[in-house]
Design a protein around this ligand. Structure first.
Ligand code: FES
Ligand code: FE2
Length: 404
């Protein structure tokens, strides 16, 4: 690993003094990756309490556009209504039928297929079955239950909690990367979900280090240099690293070459780099000069998770008749399957109760940072904080308050 100044002025130079390497990492144990109690704490204190990035606005552009996302055992529905994008709990208010199964689409009203209650694009109940209701039923109080929703830099954020840590403070210096790569204006041209049979943190580790590129990803290794890389020291609940693209290539894709123009605000020195920035806990951005990737890992159980991967391009390119993202998608789709195999096999290895953590190298600094952050968030005694779906909790929002 080499050390080099970043083009991003606000990012301070790192020092060689890092606590992680003395211990081989903070919080790392068999239980930390496989335990039910640790998982329950993560769902309650991280996924149930913090602002979570859930989608990109380009997928929800028009009125009536929707997307869904499973978080724990719950499901969230994002709907573009008359006042912009709003998140709701994705179940019918009548008897709890999961309202929308599809990952995304567009509809002006949502019909529950069980007893035909119908909601409009603002989550309001429009019509219902069951005439006996008429005497006492208040339609206004039976709309979809909203979830707190905010948008920053084109990313939709939600929280199940009333006392989530401040979103802008958490995002810290992320905005500088978002500005340079024009994140809010990019177009998501492909989305794909992958099931993975491993603890979610092992996936977060994997996608945040390039030490495995030479052994695991021959296509990526041909184009990117794992040895010319470094770690950023970033303010906020974010971690990040950079990695150089080898000379002779101008795009991280199966061909390594692209006719796409570099995004205009990306500084010259960053055109031959990938900037890897993770919004903790679970969203990795791969910022390159001709496209941006968003890659989430969502926990399902201590030993299972799924990855949602978006590929975004500049609108000045996507409008062109000959626009194609095939070479980019081909590279990462193949690399993804290579990665999930490694994560799953690692999970099987450290599922042994006699597993002991090994020493991490300087190239794996972000691995340590992620674990240290999760360990800090989940440390300490029970405190009865709000819990996310999947943590066996009550509904995170009070229905009466939600209707107000
Ligand atoms: S559960 Fe939706 S209409 Fe009955
Ligand atoms: Fe990988």
């Amino acid at each position: 690993m080499t050390r080099a100044s970043s083009m991003f002025q606000l990012i301070s130079e790192q020092t060689e003094q890092r606590p992680y390497f003395e211990t081989g990492g903070i919080g790392r144990s068999h239980e930390f990756y496989t335990g039910e109690e640790q998982f329950r704490r993560e769902m309650a204190r991280i996924y149930g309490r913090r602002w979570l990035p859930v989608d990109h606005v380009s997928r929800l552009k028009e009125k009536g556009a929707y997307s869904t996302l499973n978080i724990g055992t719950g499901s969230v529905l994002l709907l573009h209504g008359d006042n912009g994008v709003q998140a709701y709990h994705n179940y019918c208010r009548h008897r709890g039928y999961k309202l929308v199964e599809e990952a995304s689409g567009k509809r002006q009203s949502l019909v529950c297929l069980y007893h035909c209650w119908v909601y409009d694009r603002n989550g309001k109940l429009k019509s219902y079955n069951g005439t006996y209701f008429d005497h006492f039923f208040d339609k206004e109080k039976n709309g979809l239950l909203p979830i707190r929703t905010e948008i920053r830099y084109g990313v939709v954020f939600i929280t199940f909690s009333d006392d989530a840590p401040d979103l802008d403070e958490s995002l810290g210096e992320f905005g500088e990367f978002a500005r340079v790569y024009e994140l809010a204006d990019l177009e998501c041209v492909q989305a794909k979900d992958y099931p993975v049979a491993s603890n979610w943190k092992l996936v977060a580790h994997n996608v945040n280090e390039s030490l495995h590129f030479p052994t695991a990803h021959k296509d990526l290794h041909r184009i990117t240099d794992f040895d010319d890389a470094g770690t950023y020291d970033l303010k906020g609940d974010i971690v990040g690293a950079w990695q150089s693209i080898r000379s002779g290539f101008n795009s991280v894709s199966m061909t390594g070459r692209s006719g796409r123009a570099p995004m205009p605000l990306v500084p010259e020195a960053d055109r031959q780099r990938i900037n890897w920035i993770t919004i903790l806990p679970n969203l990795l951005f791969g910022f390159t000069s001709d496209y941006v990737m968003m890659q989430w890992v969502w926990p399902e159980s201590p030993g299972t998770c799924f990855v949602r991967h978006f590929w975004l391009f500049h609108p000045s390119e996507t409008v062109k008749d000959d626009f194609s993202h095939e070479a980019v998608f081909a590279l990462w789709d193949k690399a993804n399957y290579e990665d999930w195999e490694m994560c799953e096999r690692t999970h099987r290895g450290l599922s042994n109760p006699l597993w002991r953590p090994g020493q991490l190298s300087l190239d794996e600094e972000v691995v340590s940072q992620i674990d240290a952050w999760v360990a800090a968030e989940t440390a300490g005694p029970e405190d009865g904080r709000a819990a996310a779906p999947g943590a066996g909790s009550a509904l995170p929002l009070d229905p009466a308050a939600a209707e107000g």
